[in-house]
Design a protein around this ligand. Structure first.
Ligand code: PLP
Length: 323
């Protein structure tokens, strides 16, 4: 039987890069240690390239690019999104360009190795001022246009309305899991950054009428800023889907960022050890480890009870494990 989510999504082209459904299962030792029923959704195992939450976004972003007959793709940053985007563009026969801040010798070697593996065409711009990146980005686009290329631009992190569709689709998997097992999740916890993951989950919850609280553990921004970014993207996405969105559902917790974005936090490292030692699950330091720190804090401070069914979404970050 098709669900309401599938009906809403069916008109959007899907490149089907992600290997889904991803595993959802109970973490037995962590659950008894924390006194709640803790489940995990292994979005780190979406398969394509280095896995992670970016593939769900790319399912729709690349689907859209191919549908529009694009033959060149451009994005910025040395991020897990741009590396998976590079792989995705390549397998669909697009020429992939990524503009990076800093010269070649300043780049992370592992990141560069992945870009090279996917035959990405890299461009370098001075780190400062910020306009230098934009200028190089525009220059590359002009050059592609002069070669009569049909250029598709990808928002950094894949967080636009099309990218958000991926996590609406992921929410359908959560609904199916609940239907099949009778386990209803009353809390869903994950890391939030460029926002499309949380936006998609919130809209999926809304379309599927699933009663839960989705808590985004912020990786970089203060709660009020992140709330507003989520609200704006959710409203824009709701508009193209022609649905209503209730922004009172947005919940962001910024208490686990630690010293700052992309800097390890003590709580995050302790949480990472707990997941590794009790469950053999590897988390990264910048996103999933900090989200797990939030989950553990909630359990230890009475914000989760023994009857709660909590779903922790492991959003990936695998490439960061070996940096
Ligand atoms: C491992 C990981 N988890 C979570 C996120 C946050 O997802 P979003 O950018 O969709 O908010 C990111 C973003 O880069 C990430 O790399």
């Amino acid at each position: 039987m098709r669900t309401s989510i599938q009906q809403v999504l069916e008109r959007f082209p899907n490149a089907k890069l992600s290997i889904t459904p991803t595993p959802i299962y109970k973490l037995p030792r962590l659950s008894s240690h924390l006194g709640s029923n803790i489940y995990i959704m292994r979005e780190d195992l979406t398969g394509f390239a280095i896995g992670g939450n970016k593939n769900r976004k790319l399912d729709y972003l690349i689907g859209d690019a191919v549908f529009k007959n694009a033959n060149a793709l451009i994005t910025t940053n040395a991020s897990s999104f741009s590396r998976n985007a590079a792989a995705a563009g390549k397998v669909f026969g697009l020429e992939v360009h990524v503009v990076l801040a800093g010269n070649e010798s300043e780049q992370n070697k592992n990141s560069q190795a992945l870009f090279h593996q996917f035959a990405t065409i890299l461009h370098y711009a001075p780190k400062k001022p910020p306009e230098a990146i934009t200028a190089e980005y525009d220059r590359v686009i002009d050059d592609l246009h002069s070669r009569k290329k049909i250029v598709h631009e990808l928002h950094p992190g894949g967080s636009d309305s099309i990218g958000s569709l991926g996590y609406i689709n992921a929410f359908d998997q959560i609904i199916q899991y609940s239907r099949n097992t009778g386990v209803h999740f009353n809390k869903i916890i994950h890391a939030t950054g460029s926002t499309a993951t949380q936006v998609g989950l919130l809209l999926g919850q809304c379309i599927g009428e699933y009663d839960t609280t989705i808590i985004g553990m912020a990786a970089s921004q203060k709660t009020n800023i992140q709330n507003e970014r989520i609200r704006q993207l959710a409203l824009a996405t709701a508009q193209i889907l022609e649905i209503q969105f209730d922004d009172s559902k947005i919940v962001v917790d910024d208490r686990f960022i630690g010293p700052g974005y992309a800097i390890q936090s003590e709580d995050g490292e302790n949480a990472t050890s707990m997941f590794a030692l009790l469950e053999g699950v590897l988390l990264d330091s910048f996103y999933t480890g900090k989200a797990a720190a939030g989950l553990i804090y909630y359990a230890l401070h009475g914000l989760l009870g023994e009857n709660d069914n909590v779903l922790f979404i492991h959003t990936g970050g695998n490439s960061g494990l070996f940096y």
